[in-house]
Design a binder for this molecule. Structure first.
Ligand SMILES: [Zn+2]
Ligand SMILES: [Zn+2]
Length: 224
């Protein structure tokens, strides 16, 4: 039963026409978690302790601020600030200052939403490889897929062993869709640049018009 719960969103993401099904899953998670930290989590003591400890990164703060519970954001910010007040010690010399700096730099980047997303995404990477082993129709879906962003391709490589006896086949499959994705991107980028050549400016855009935007999404690790 537990297994089924995890595969349904994966099936849905792979059926969707998108740049990367794993980014799609990541985005759904982000939306769900931001919503949780705007609603029920505000009043749950265990969640508040986690927010105090990890805070929110600037990206998720922005999403929270765009939500409809600014009071909830303020309340969580108060106790997070208190936590930081407690760990901020007077820097008495360069050595202690450096130590404090190291710790505070980590604090400035930590985020409870990013943490929870990472944990769940790790399970999704394993499950994708495991579905390739367990569910023959998924093999076809993966073979016919449009590939992944670079970051998620790397994450699937990392977890390939969960495809068990079909690991090599799984690797061959994801490599093939990924290299095709990059060739298509490069070809579209070439066509895009040709539009800036006066003699070729009348050639139709085809699928190249949004290729720089696609490059920014495919070649990077996006914060969602
Ligand atoms: Zn992705
Ligand atoms: Zn975050």
């Amino acid at each position: 039963m537990q297994y089924k719960i995890h595969t349904t969103p994966i099936w849905d993401a792979f059926k969707k026409d998108c740049l990367c099904p794993m980014c799609e899953l990541n985005e759904q998670l982000s939306t769900r978690l931001v919503d949780r930290f705007l609603n029920e989590a505000v009043m749950v003591p265990t969640s508040r302790q986690l927010v105090n400890k990890y805070g929110f990164c600037s990206h998720h703060y922005d999403l929270l601020l765009m939500g409809d519970n600014i009071l909830g954001v303020a309340l969580q910010s108060i106790t997070r600030t208190e936590h930081l007040q407690n760990i901020l010690k007077p820097p008495v010399n360069a050595k202690t200052a450096k130590k404090q700096a190291e710790m505070l730099l980590k604090e400035s980047m930590s985020c409870i939403i990013c943490r929870e997303m990472e944990e769940i995404m790790d399970r999704y990477y394993m499950t994708v490889a495991n579905m390739y082993y367990n569910e023959p129709p998924f093999m076809k879906v993966l073979n016919d897929s449009q590939g992944f962003c670079l970051y998620h391709y790397a994450k699937l490589l990392e977890n390939a062993h969960y495809a068990r006896s079909k690991t090599e086949q799984f690797l061959e499959c994801i490599y093939s869709v990924e290299i095709t994705k990059l060739s298509k991107l490069k070809s579209d980028l070439n066509s895009f640049t040709e539009k800036f050549d006066y003699q070729k400016k009348d050639i139709p855009w085809g699928t190249s018009k949004d290729s720089p935007l696609r490059a920014s999404k495919i070649l990077t690790h996006r914060k969602i």
